[in-house]
Write a protein that binds this ligand. Structure first.
Ligand code: G6P
Ligand code: ZN
Length: 545
């Protein structure tokens, strides 16, 4: 089995974004496209000789084919071992765990996360480094550089590996190890959480539903919730992964997981419900009659994490992405621990976690996680919530009320304008950037709100000193409300404008206003300031989380 070198011409646009390379599936299916990107990764990391990689994905259309390509190339180029989830399945957090646990040199994770799957939908490929986390910008920049000058790749001509067969097989001189994607992850969860207490909670009649959205968490949730924790069969909804996610949009938010939200809003609905996304790193938390915003979820988890065995010693610090509400900062302050504000993207938490500065991290984009892996982790968040509910023996709604009564409430919502004309979106950002210095003191909206300050968020990593600029426009108002505007880095069609709105209500104030009503004036002020509706031709956002 001699390695074969084949010529390649570089493809335009193989630039990793917020979370790896994400494109339409048909783009990935072009001849040589996966090969060019994978070879660029291999070149960027100084070759693969003697190395071990974890390879797996969320099971979407083209997942298995891309894995075969990766395995052949890794084998041809001297990799020692590839650890692959059975049928090519690995949730993103499970892949992160395996990289760490097995001391792998890195991992290739195939997913477009919460984007739809299918031949006419989206695909993605991301490289994770040895700490289990997404490659930092220095690495992704080198990968991008490589993609621009790539002229050949090296592979083998071999039949496909049977991804369904557990155990070790040889591919050339490389070992392919196919393992149960769930086992190691489930063992880790059992170490972190009080499974006995959660089992007792469920046995006592506490009812729950988990919507796997036809994506990768199905097997994980079924094994853990229904298997290990004794939840009744049928607790996990849409639990069989399918290549097109049942033609759905596997994004756990109130729009795409509406049936679940409707369910908890009914009087006979479950006490608790949750959902995860395509690759299992996002989460949505619901209680009877209530949706928990991701920002509040992070704050509640930070305030209560010590109730779970894995965090009983307390937290080193809490980190949140800049557009995430400041609710978590208030908890950190009370606990007397450090809090961090990072740019959007889980990769920015990696250094803080590695350095032991942060224990919990979270983002408004439905990601929460901790130092147990280096990715956000949907099912982990669900289990931590269940552990807290089991320990406190009160409802989700009561936990939130109690939290707001102690810390005040950060009313929060994100408004998304999707598939907007790119030029219009970029024009809006450019104009706002040009006006930044003139904004302080300006009054906008009706009733008028005064802008206290405005900037483009820049981040200096406290661990390695690297600087990331232009990470989103922040507008702070004199009444302590805040708006953030940024363009999505994960879309595959036109531009998505995200407007993040938040308004703080102190502990003694009105803590039970409907969220959109609480933020109406702020949203109107942002519209007046930016000309968002006129520029985009949109009357209202496509998604409000
Ligand atoms: C991915 C990343 C997250 C990030 C999110 C933002 O899910 O893993 O860390 O928060 O993208 O996406 P956006 O579309 O807002 O750039
Ligand atoms: Zn995801």
């Amino acid at each position: 089995m001699t390695p074969i070198t084949r010529p390649l011409t570089p493809f335009d646009g193989q630039k990793p974004g917020t979370s790896g390379l994400r494109k339409k599936t048909r783009v990935f299916m072009q001849d040589g496209y996966v090969e060019a990107f994978v070879q660029s990764i291999f070149n960027a990391i100084g070759g693969v000789s003697g190395k071990t990689f974890v390879v797996g994905g969320d099971g979407r259309y083209f997942n298995a084919e891309a894995i075969q390509t990766i395995l052949r190339m890794a084998a041809a180029q001297g990799a020692a071992r590839c650890i692959v989830g059975r049928e090519g399945l690995l949730s993103t957090p499970a892949a992160s765990n395996l990289i760490r646990k097995r001391g792998a040199d890195g991992g290739l994770v195939l997913s477009a996360s919460h984007n739809p799957g299918g031949i006419d939908a989206d695909f993605g490929l991301k490289y994770n480094i040895a700490n289990g986390g997404p490659a930092p910008e220095s690495v992704t920049a080198t990968i991008h550089e490589q993609t621009q000058g790539i002229s050949e790749y090296v592979t083998l001509e071999t039949p496909d590996v049977d991804l369904g067969l557990l155990g070790e097989t040889a591919l050339g001189k490389m070992t392919v190890e196919i393992l149960d994607p769930v086992a190691d992850y489930a063992a880790l969860m059992q170490e972190l959480f009080d499974f006995d207490a959660i089992r007792a909670l469920i046995a006592g009649g506490f009812s729950l539903k988990f919507d796997a959205m036809h994506a990768v968490t199905g097997p994980y949730a079924t094994a853990i919730l229904e298997g290990m924790l004794g939840a009744p069969k049928g607790t996990v909804l849409n639990g069989v992964p399918s290549v097109d996610f049942g033609k759905g949009h596997p994004d756990p938010n109130p729009i795409w997981a509406k049936p679940l939200v409707d369910m908890v809003m009914r009087d006979d609905g479950p006490d608790f419900a949750a959902a995860s996304d395509g690759d299992g790193d996002r989460n949505m938390i619901l209680g009877k009659g209530i949706y928990v915003t991701p920002s509040d979820s992070l704050a509640v988890l930070a305030a209560n994490a010590h109730l779970a065995p894995g965090y009983a010693r307390g937290l080193a610090g809490v980190a949140r992405s800049m557009p995430t509400s400041r609710a978590a900062d208030r908890v950190a302050e009370k606990l007397g621990i450090e809090s961090f504000e990072t740019p959007t993207g889980w990769k920015f938490f990696g250094n803080l976690l590695d350095a032991g500065r942060a224990t919990l991290c979270g983002e408004e984009s439905a990601g929460t996680g901790s130092d147990h892996v280096r990715e956000k982790d949907g099912l982990w968040a669900v289990l931590l919530w269940l552990n807290i509910l089991a320990a406190r023996k009160i409802s989700v709604a009561e936990i939130l009320q109690d939290h707001w009564r102690s810390y005040g409430r950060d009313y929060y919502s994100r408004h998304d304008y999707e598939a907007v004309d790119s030029a219009a979106a970029e024009g809006l950002m450019a104009d706002m950037n040009a006006r930044l210095n003139d904004l302080p003191g300006t009054e906008v909206g009706n009733p008028p709100k005064v802008i206290a300050r405005a900037d483009q968020f820049a981040y200096t990593d406290p661990v390695d000193g690297s600087v990331s600029r232009n990470q989103g426009l922040r507008i702070f108002f004199a009444d302590d409300s805040r708006a953030v505007i940024r363009l999505s880095g994960t879309g595959t069609e036109g531009a998505t404008i995200r407007v993040y709105l938040e308004r703080y209500e102190p502990a003694g104030g009105d803590l039970n206003v409907e969220t959109q009503a609480a933020l109406r004036d702020l949203a109107a002020a942002v519209n007046a300031l930016t000309g968002l509706s006129e520029r985009t031709g949109r009357e209202a956002p496509d998604v409000m989380t």
